[in-house]
Design a protein around this ligand. Sequence first.
Ligand SMILES: [Cu+2]
Length: 143
Amino acid sequence: MKIKKIIISLFICCFFFLTFNLNVEANTDIEIINVSLGNAQGELKFIPNKFDFKVGKKYKLILDNPSPEKHYFTAKDFADASWTQKVQAGKVEIKGAIHELELKPEGTADWVFVPQKEGIYQLYCSIKGHKEAGMIGQLTINN
Ligand SMILES: [Cu+2]
């Protein structure tokens, strides 16, 4: 009976140890960046609006729109210079190339990708007048 208890305890210890290790690995494996499209005050800007990426590293951009209106995260050249693993929005997961993401008010989306090509790329919102009002940003990929 005692041996059984010890075996079970060991098993539980191993399980926690493994889970802990996997979590640590997952955290170093992918860098998570939160991006807001506008804010609750209705200002037309990306927060943050400057991004630095490294070639070959995996990123997850968590996009959200806390503003009262619709916005776009448009970064065509940047998307072409990156490999997209997936885009997740709600219960839908999209695989393959992506150039523009539409976020309705209160909307969120996750974009998981790996930058491939060095360069400085532009980000903007493609709704009429928003780019001109300052809804722009810069995405840099370094080696
Ligand atoms: Cu906009």
